[in-house]
Design a protein around this ligand. Structure first.
Ligand code: SF4
Ligand code: SF4
Length: 131
């Protein structure tokens, strides 16, 4: 996330938010950054960026978000979706980012099973890594 923040119109209306919406069915711009999703995410401690920050980066058209670890840690548990006052299902946005990462040939961020992940993270991983 470090570096210059480019808020040009082309980027804000650019490919990333449109692609994410197309794949996930979620409107990234519905989010107003209240942070309730991140406050309730059981996996936030294992993420490099918080769920609300992921949405913000998508809103800003930051293509680098697909390379973050957070989408691979997300277990699609829906805890954030039920808390969101704007009805944004971040699990679906995370899934869209994984799809975009794979399309670009990015290697999925490794889940080190030596670390202490909650069981649901493993269940979510099976959904992600099996056809
Ligand atoms: S709970 Fe919803 S509106 Fe609030 S930051 Fe998360 S996605 Fe955005
Ligand atoms: S769906 Fe993903 S981002 Fe949302 S609370 Fe669950 S693990 Fe966190």
């Amino acid at each position: 996330m470090a570096g210059e923040l480019n808020l040009c119109r082309e980027r804000l209306e650019g490919a990333l938010p449109r692609k994410v919406e197309e794949i996930s069915g979620q409107n990234p711009y519905a989010c107003y950054q209240c942070g309730k999703c991140s406050a309730g995410c059981l996996f936030a401690d294992h993420m490099d960026v918080l769920p609300n920050q992921v949405i913000r980066l998508v809103q800003l058209g930051d293509e680098g978000v697909a390379a973050f670890r957070a989408p691979w840690v997300c277990a699609a548990c829906l805890a954030c979706a039920v808390r969101c006052p704007r009805g944004v299902d971040i699990g679906k946005v995370m899934e869209a980012l994984r799809v975009l990462a794979l399309r670009r040939g990015l290697t999925p961020a490794p889940l080190n099973l030596g670390e202490r992940y909650p069981q649901i993270a493993l269940v979510g991983a099976f959904r992600k890594f099996t056809p």
